[in-house]
Design a protein around this ligand. Structure first.
Ligand code: KG4
Length: 340
């Protein structure tokens, strides 16, 4: 009998459900919430209300597109955390109710594990290309910046992580400082393509080991912009492309510097990226360039699997299901999770 897994993701502002048959994706439905646009960031209370509205239609659509019914499901994988508690509560409660009513097991997934395993989402008619173990994953999102050594689908070691801000937060704050809007990453990515990455330089952190820091780069941009605006009130408008390109290059230099070091120290050449910032075209290009130079095998998840989606949650849950992991019904969502 095939394993048919329903994945549910509701950690932030995307309600998503996916169906996987023996590891092959049959459907992946995402309802992104537009209500936050006017607020310059995700409003937790609005996010949980929107999840409540979306969860039933999104799951129904995922089952319909997959051509299966609820009665066909083998297990339910859901994001337990980390994320916004009210948002997680909706997905977790839904998973529990469905598990109870169908009398099938559920498996909790750490959202970050989903991003780390995003390259294992198999799709019909798409050639399979997956990293072999152990591999390194540069995990970069709005809440995380980590280098993770992935020994097996269920065994991870964090080699380095940010000691302050996440890199996605640096993108978002930069965009806010430049008056460009939210979420900042995609906007900066787009403008950076038109600008000169070597026009401005920003202070880079000097942190020992494989850890990151992004608060100093952000402050460096803040003071630079403040000083330039005092001289020329049109500075931002006239230089936004170069500012974005230069700031983005600085962040990528910092990310890649430690990743290269981690690859050297561990002698691992299987390299992946995951998380929202892995959608960044500058970072993806640099990964490919460095990979070619250093004889790495680089695996970039498809764009649709870089941001929050239930396909990666279903895959992570399926690996656990096969390993015999089952989650009891009294599980509660958690906004922060102990590392893996
Ligand atoms: O993984 P994600 O969707 O949510 C969590 O943080 O869990 O990541 C969101 C982050 C935001 O900071 C957003 O600005 C960033 O990913 N992001 C990007 C790009 N697309 C999304 N950053 C840089 N370039 C992009 N193209």
């Amino acid at each position: 009998m095939a394993d048919i897994i329903l994945g549910i993701e509701s950690s932030c502002d995307d309600t998503s459900a996916a169906v996987l048959r023996d590891g092959v994706l049959l459907s992946n439905v995402i309802a992104s919430q537009q209500v936050h646009k006017d607020f310059g960031g995700v409003v937790p209370e609005l996010a949980s209300r929107a999840h409540e509205q979306n969860i039933v239609p999104v799951v129904s659509e995922a089952l319909r597109k997959a051509g299966v019914t609820a009665a066909d499901l083998t297990a339910i994988a859901f994001t337990r955390g980390p994320g916004l508690l009210g948002s997680l509560l909706v997905g977790t409660s839904f998973a529990k109710a469905l598990s109870l009513s169908l009398d099938i097991p559920m498996v909790m997934v750490n959202h970050l594990q989903g991003h780390i395993l995003a390259n294992f989402v198999r799709q019909p008619e798409v050639p399979v290309r997956e990293p072999s173990f152990p591999y390194l994953c540069l995990l970069v999102s709005g809440g995380n910046s980590q280098i993770v050594k992935v020994n097996s689908p269920l065994d991870y070691e964090i080699l380095g992580q940010t000691i302050d801000d996440a890199v996605g937060e640096a993108f978002d704050k930069c965009s806010k400082m430049l008056g460009l809007g939210y979420p900042g990453g995609p906007i900066i990515d787009r403008l950076a393509k038109e600008g000169n990455p070597n026009r401005f330089t920003f202070a880079k952190p000097n942190i020992p080991g494989l850890d990151y820091s992004f608060s100093g780069v952000k402050t460096s941009l803040l003071y630079f912009v403040r000083d330039q605006l005092a001289l020329d009130p049109n500075f931002l408008e006239n230089n936004k492309e170069d500012l974005c390109a230069s700031f983005q290059k600085t962040l990528i230099d910092v990310l890649m510097g430690k990743l290269i070091r981690a690859a050297k120290e561990t002698r691992i050449r299987e390299i992946t990226i995951g998380g929202g910032v892995s959608a960044n075209s500058g970072l993806r290009n640099r990964m490919l360039e460095e990979g070619a130079k250093r004889h790495w095998n680089v695996y970039l998840p498809e764009f649709k699997f870089t941001t929050d989606n239930a396909a990666m949650i279903a895959v992570a849950g399926w690996f656990q299901y096969k390993a015999g992991v089952r989650t009891p019904l009294d599980v509660a969502p958690v906004s922060r999770m102990a590392d893996f």
